[in-house]
Design a protein around this ligand. Structure first.
Ligand code: SF4
Length: 423
């Protein structure tokens, strides 16, 4: 399709420069992908167009909801290059690394011993000094498991986004790299060592908790969570972090600890004695978004079954509608998802629910296009927003929150419902 569009635009508008040609090609491509139309339908030759009239016509078609009110500098139209990076690998397989690298400082750790035992067929190597390991290809990151000893980056306040009202979250960076393939994942752009890195010195992280300054935002007590640079529980059968964390925070009831996950890897949680300040937070979405953007992750029903078991065991649960994605039929689908959660999990067990609409650094757009050719998440109108990220317009985001919030408050009256990364 791309070649056909390029040829058509170059023949139709032969006199315009390379930069302008690239913008026209991109707009035609995005409309063709969304509306399943040919270039001739989108940009008819009979219209006698020049660059300005062609771009205006295309912007109106590409951004029909926002064109009349949006300023001219909110459209992000980078060069179209579907070979920008290799496509994602959606083949479902159990995590089994081909290579295991271990920092020399971590070589005698229980985690190093455990991974050696769990993955006997992997090539195993001790590294004398910290070094960059992993594949040159992001899609091959699950081939490499890197057991590290973290010396610096233990705890931090959630950086949120520029100009947003934060929720007072705090982060503990237990791991870097994920085996799921969410189309919107910022790690695709952010991670430069393409491996799954897991620290062997959890005790050093926990040793920083007492005496640390934690934000609490509008919550009664600080919340601390893992899962910024990886899924909190996806590798828990390997790390056993959750068992140690639960025991640690059992003695610190003034802090809520949250495991944020899309996984159903809750065996360690279920095996532990319940603890009131431990919360497992599931990222949830509509079945259509899960199937078409959260590749390799468990379906909604499985996530909810895991949440029900965790709640029944006596732990807190949380849900994160993040990212909410707008598509034709989103309202009915999100309503159904909320009703499913309400039917699966007792409302009193739900401690908090966050809602955030799709947003990402603009540079990620080209990566998403190249890695996830069939995803629909870029079809809606994404504009450069207040923090420089691509987002839905203010009006569309308000529409989402106005629709979802009252339902969440109705079905989960005791849960703290809040918005994530908004001004
Ligand atoms: S689960 Fe989270 S970390 Fe993993 S791919 Fe999806 S968005 Fe990224």
């Amino acid at each position: 399709m791309v070649k056909e569009i390029e040829n058509y635009v170059r023949v139709l508008l032969p006199q315009i420069g390379a930069g302008k040609t690239r913008e026209i090609i991109r707009l035609v491509f995005e409309i063709a992908k969304r509306d399943k139309l040919t270039p001739e339908h989108i940009l008819p030759a009979a219209e006698n167009l020049n660059f300005i009239s062609a771009k205006k016509l295309l912007l109106k078609k590409r951004y029909p909801k926002n064109y009349a009110s949006a300023p001219t500098d909110v459209y992000y139209l980078p060069e179209l290059n579907l070979d920008f990076c290799s496509p994602a690998d959606y083949a479902k397989k159990e995590f089994y690394p081909k290579y295991i690298f271990v920092d020399a400082q971590a070589k005698d750790s229980p985690l190093a011993a455990r991974v050696r035992h769990m993955f006997p067929a992997a090539e195993y190597k001790i590294l004398d000094k910290k070094q960059k390991v992993g594949s040159a290809d992001y899609s091959r990151r699950a081939d490499t498991l890197y057991i590290t000893r973290e010396n610096f980056d233990f705890l931090k306040n959630c950086p949120c986004t520029a100009g947003a009202a934060g929720c007072g979250y705090n982060l503990i960076n237990l791991g870097f790299g994920c085996a799921y393939e969410c189309a919107y994942c910022f790690l695709q752009q952010y991670q430069n060592a393409h491996a799954v890195a897991l620290p062997a010195n959890l005790g050093d992280f926990l040793a920083r908790v007492d005496g640390a300054h934690f934000n609490k935002g509008p919550f009664a007590r600080p919340r601390l969570g893992s899962g910024e640079f990886t899924d909190s529980l996806l590798f828990d059968h390997i790390t056993n972090y959750s068992s140690e964390i639960i025991e640690f925070f059992r003695g610190r009831p003034h802090i809520d600890f949250e495991f944020k996950t899309k996984s159903v890897n809750v065996a360690n949680i279920l095996a532990a004695e319940p603890c009131g300040n431990i919360v497992v937070g599931w990222s949830v979405n509509t079945p259509r978004v899960i199937a078409g953007a959260e590749y390799l992750t468990p379906p909604l029903d499985e996530r909810l079954r895991a949440a029900a078991r965790v709640a029944a065991r006596g732990f807190g649960v949380a849900f994160h509608f993040d990212p909410v994605i707008i598509y034709y039929g989103w309202r009915a689908d999100y309503k159904e998802t909320i009703l499913k959660i309400a039917a699966a999990v007792p409302a009193d067990a739900v401690r908090w629910i966050s809602v955030g609409t799709l947003r990402f650094n603009r540079e990620l757009k080209k990566i998403i296009e190249a890695r996830h050719r069939n995803t629909e998440i870029l079809n809606e109108e994404l504009l450069v927003g207040f923090d420089g990220k691509l987002r839905y317009s203010d009006a569309q985001r308000k529409e989402v929150y106005s629709y979802i919030f009252p339902m969440l408050k109705k079905y989960f009256p005791k849960a703290h419902v809040y918005i994530c990364m908004e001004k």
